[in-house]
Design a protein around this ligand. Structure first.
Ligand SMILES: *[C@@H]1O[C@H](CO)[C@@H](O)[C@H](O)[C@H]1NC(C)=O
Ligand SMILES: *[C@@H]1O[C@H](CO)[C@@H](O)[C@H](O)[C@H]1NC(C)=O
Ligand SMILES: *[C@@H]1O[C@H](CO)[C@@H](O)[C@H](O)[C@H]1NC(C)=O
Ligand SMILES: *[C@@H]1O[C@H](CO)[C@@H](O)[C@H](O)[C@H]1NC(C)=O
Length: 394
């Protein structure tokens, strides 16, 4: 009788675990636990307690092998290039991942683009690795060396000596929450979440490694491109300074921070990024791209399909589905990427007054010319003119 109960109990727990896994896969685009997901966890917990049933806690190795199986099932319909398979892309099998970095600045649409790339099955997302630097731009010494070292280590899945990065993350968990596949495991096994042994092994399972940073200026990224072993692809994401500054006005961490609220600083960076872009385009035509947020928003599916082609990634139906569901209507809060993507980039035309727009345009004349943004004529035409024109970085 006792044995039958035990077998029954084990089956129930196993079933619940399977359901949890199924749910956690469905939930990869949303790091918050859904009520249903929470219900399952509670149900499993109450079952264990009421039956005085203890299941041994999985070890790091157990969690890693569960994650491996999750990845195999997640990637079952991923189409690798002819002749390749998963082992060619994971560090733990001696392969070489597809590595991608988005270089941009605050409020330039990088949450949107970063989440699009992360909707790809098998992606591991190094979200904003330079968070601990605060509201500042890294343009050179003294911070460039340590910042680049952090990026390089993360892209190699080496968390071993990233003490301050991990320490910062423990009290600012959004360092990890955007990395949805990692975060699912962190929610289930919080005791391992910030353990570098666990993180090293977890990261090394993933064939696609993406990263985005808003704090590092483009010319510094050249040293990452130079590193042939890293074989990283870099995307510079650019936005109209009027849109960027309008959006920053509404963030409480921005006003009063000169690298954030001063048009001349933003636009000097845009000018310097432009010369760096010309240089990188010349030296690394297959591994560097510039992209305007406005173009992405007006034509997301076409642009992303083209971008994935450049990155060497398969345009999986999950990515298409993510774009479809995130580009129609405005729902959600501050950093929500659910939006009417065709209007979002041009919201500044209604929200800023003409004095503010003129002030930005005076400070941004050169940056706007280089990146193809048109100055407004007067207060009334400002509300509906087309601020976009062509740009050329060849
Ligand atoms: C649960 O099991 C343990 C060991 O088998 C026993 O010592 C304990 O008294 C049990 N608790 C309850 C509430 O049955
Ligand atoms: C990480 O986890 C392993 C295994 O549980 C443990 O031995 C090690 O001490 C942990 N490391 C840290 C830095 O907590
Ligand atoms: C424009 O907006 C700024 C900042 O919100 C405000 O200080 C200024 O008075 C406004 N100017 C006009 C002409 O409405
Ligand atoms: C504002 O500029 C537009 C476009 O150049 C022009 O057609 C319009 O007459 C101008 N309006 C005013 C009030 O100057």
């Amino acid at each position: 009788m006792v044995r039958r109960n035990e077998i029954f109990g084990i089956s129930i727990v196993a079933l619940l675990c399977l359901l949890l896994i199924a749910f956690s896969q469905k939930e990869t685009t949303n790091y918050r636990r859904s009520p249903k997901y929470q219900q399952l966890i509670d149900l499993e917990e109450s079952f264990r307690v009421s039956n005085n049933f203890t299941v041994p806690t999985p070890t790091i190795q157990d969690v890693i092998s569960m994650q491996r199986n999750l990845l195999l099932s997640e990637l079952h319909d991923y189409q690798f290039p002819e002749g390749d398979n998963l082992e060619d892309y994971t560090l733990f099998t001696g392969g070489q991942p597809v590595r991608t970095i988005i270089i941009t600045t605050w409020r330039s649409g990088s949450t949107f683009l970063g989440d699009i790339i992360n909707s790809l099955p098998g992606n591991y997302y190094h979200y904003e690795p330079l968070l601990e630097y605060g509201i500042m731009q890294i343009r050179g010494s003294p911070h460039a060396e340590t910042a680049l070292q952090t990026l390089r280590r993360l892209l190699n899945c080496d968390y071993t000596s990233l003490y301050s990065y991990l320490e910062y993350g423990m009290s600012h968990v959004y360092l990890f929450t955007h990395n949805t596949r990692l975060w699912n495991q962190c929610e289930m096994y919080p005791q391992y979440c910030w353990n570098y042994t666990f993180l090293n092994e977890m990261c090394r399972l993933f064939p696609f490694q993406s990263m985005k940073t808003v704090r590092l200026r483009l010319w510094l990224a050249e040293s990452l491109l130079e590193d042939e072993d890293l074989n990283v692809k870099v995307i510079l994401l650019v936005r109209d300074p009027r849109g960027t500054l309008q959006s920053r006005k509404h963030r409480d961490w921005c006003p009063g921070e000169p690298d954030c609220d001063q048009p001349n600083n933003l636009c000097a960076d845009m000018v310097s990024d432009y010369s760096a872009a010309i240089q990188l385009m010349k030296n690394y035509p297959d591994r560097f791209r510039a992209l305007r947020y406005e173009d992405l928003s007006l034509n997301p599916e076409e642009i992303v399909e083209d971008l994935f082609d450049f990155l060497g990634l398969y345009f999986h139906r999950d990515v298409k589905r993510f774009i479809d569901s995130h580009t129609r209507i405005n729902v959600g809060g501050v950093s929500s990427t659910f939006r009417d993507s065709k209007n979002a980039p041009f919201h500044w035309r209604m929200d800023l007054n003409y004095t503010e727009v003129q002030y930005i345009e005076e400070n941004c004349d050169e940056a706007m010319k280089l990146w193809g943004y048109v100055r407004s004529k007067n207060a009334s035409s400002m509300r509906e003119f087309n601020p976009l024109t062509a740009y050329d970085i060849k």
